[in-house]
Ligand binder design. Structure first.
Ligand code: FAD
Length: 504
């Protein structure tokens, strides 16, 4: 007989349904999974951007790309464009850089990063433009792939933007197809015991017991936080934003172009996300309540949109995470485990990582928490690494309001990041700077942000020999010419969405 584990998941947002579908697919008949969600409480309903890891997760779960585009209202995301992060806009003079998802062009016989660094900073092309064709493709509002390309494949790395409610509904449908039992109702109480949770009481389904309880109840953290009293560790010493004012803005018409990058525009005490969804733009003003009032945030958002004829809702959050995320028979995934801030869309990345680790670490025999220590160590390291990466975006800015000055203050920079920045003064980020298994971002992601923000790495006086330089120039020209060709050949973004969305 197959040894089975019973799993109860509390919460039916992206975290709950993604974890349910992932575990159902990974564990098959070795697990029985029940998910309890409260339609009355609802889901947070924000989180409209993902990271390229989502493609392999969706493929694994068994959702094809056409279904995803159609049912989650998805569009393509090729990276994040940062406007005005390096310095304040002065009239029409604005600073802009892209963090594309595609890795820099690789040539075995030339170190293009070193060649780019050796060029005159006053005249060289921006880093992302020099190193990848994706910059040109995104600027031209092109899609990252041809319609004929296979599911989740294409010449360029990409992720998606989507409607958060429709994504949760799609994941729910898939999880139920995979055999997950869906209960609607509210958790009314939790009994604790030696193992952690003894049972959870519900208003409509009596008491539920399981071998493993997964807390996906969002910021309420009903199991790990409220019942087991595991408190969060704040990241506020490093990351200052703690509120978002979110809204939807209609397009000018049904054929209006859809951007294929998230635009992140800096403002006096934070930034604004601008996401091209299929039927509307999703916008959010992210800010630090210690530096900005809600009224001023609303003014900034209205100024960005160009009018005030929209409804916005305030979403408060505390940047941080629970250092112990798996205690006994209870593990938290999603907002119940932690949240740093919306920049770079790391919420779902962390959910994907946690779900995959639970699938691998859940033993079918013996104590259910045998690998809890390892899980906690890996998740902690992952949150700490993401904190460093997010802080990198802020701490190099020359903007002069209190929020940005506080962000550049050395005391607010995590020690590990400060040490890396010191090393990167004389060499670029290397893959050996980052630990396998705990990093969401690779060395090239750091390079895009670092050099996008104008950081200088001084490689010393050793200029490469002329022949090598000429070879590198030919490679840079090849990137330019591939970029022009890609812009000419790739479909317009909205056209690809329409075409894929019509496939059955
Ligand atoms: P929720 O969506 O809040 O779901 C919680 C679930 O628990 C709900 O189903 C609720 O009904 C249920 N529940 C709670 N209490 C009970 C109870 N007592 N009984 C029964 N059920 C209960 N992530 C990204 O990847 N990209 C982004 O661009 C991004 N942007 C963000 C912007 C903001 C402002 C914020 C705050 C977050 C953002 N995130 C983003 C994070 C992302 O929203 C979340 O990681 C994701 O939505 C998962 O949320 P969740 O499922 O953990 O929580």
């Amino acid at each position: 007989m197959v040894q089975q584990r019973s799993i109860v998941i509390v919460g039916g947002g992206t975290a709950g349904w993604l974890t349910a579908a992932y575990l159902a697919r990974a564990l098959g008949s070795r697990a029985t999974i029940t998910l309890l969600e409260s339609p009355g409480i609802g889901i947070i309903g924000v989180g409209e951007g993902a990271f390229p890891t989502i493609r392999s997760t969706l493929r694994f779960i068994g959702i094809d790309e056409a279904r995803f585009v159609r049912e989650a209202g998805a569009t393509f995301k090729q990276g994040v464009r940062f406007d005005d992060w390096r310095r304040e806009a002065v009239g029409d003079r604005r600073h802009r850089y892209l963090h594309p998802f595609d890795a820099p062009y690789q040539a075995d016989d030339a170190d293009l990063v070193a060649h780019w660094l050796a060029k005159d900073p006053a005249t060289r092309e921006p880093f992302a433009e020099a190193m990848t064709i994706q910059n040109r493709v995104a600027d031209a509002v092109r899609a990252p792939k041809q319609p004929s390309e296979g599911d989740y494949d294409g010449p360029l790395a990409y992720a998606y933007h989507f409607d958060a409610h429709r994504l949760a509904a799609l994941l729910r449908a898939r999880a139920v197809e995979l055999g997950v039992r869906h209960l609607q109702g509210e958790l009314t109480g939790v009994e604790t015991g030696e193992q952690g949770i003894a049972c959870v009481h519900t208003d409509a389904h009596g008491a539920l017991t399981a071998d493993l309880y997964v807390d996906c109840s969002g910021f309420r953290a009903e199991l790990l936080g409220r019942a087991l009293r595991v408190g969060p560790r704040s990241a506020k010493a490093h990351l200052f934003t703690d509120r978002a004012l979110a809204c939807k803005i209609a397009y000018a018409g049904p054929d209006a172009p859809i951007e294929s990058v998230t635009t992140a525009t800096a403002h006096e005490a934070g930034w604004i996300w601008d996401i091209g969804l299929q039927n509307a733009r999703g916008l959010g003003c992210v800010y630090s309540s210690a530096h900005l009032s809600d009224a001023r945030a609303a003014e900034i958002l209205c100024g960005y949109v160009g009018h005030d004829r929209f409804e916005a809702r305030i979403i408060p959050f505390e940047p941080g995470w629970r250092e112990t995320q798996w205690v006994g028979n209870c593990v938290a995934v999603g907002l119940a485990g932690g949240f740093l801030e919306p920049l770079e869309s790391t919420g779902i990345v962390l959910i994907e990582a946690a779900a995959a680790m639970i699938a691998d670490f859940l033993p079918m025999a013996g104590p259910v928490d045998a690998s809890a220590g390892r899980f906690n160590q890996l998740m902690n390291a992952r949150y700490a690494a993401i904190t460093n990466f997010l802080k990198l975006h802020y701490c190099l800015s020359q903007r002069q309001t209190a929020f940005w000055r506080d962000n550049a203050d050395a005391a607010s920079i995590p020690d590990a990041l400060a040490a890396l920045l010191a090393e990167w003064r004389h060499r670029p980020p290397s893959r050996f700077d980052f630990q396998g298994g705990v990093e969401s971002f690779a060395a090239f992601n750091y390079q895009y942000v670092l050099y996008g923000m104008g950081f200088e790495t001084d490689l010393g006086p050793s200029t490469p020999p002329r022949g090598e330089q000429a070879h590198a120039e030919r490679l840079f020209e090849r990137i330019r010419s591939f970029g022009r060709q890609a812009v000419a050949e790739l479909p317009e973004h909205r056209a690809l969405i329409r075409e894929i969305g019509q496939r059955m």
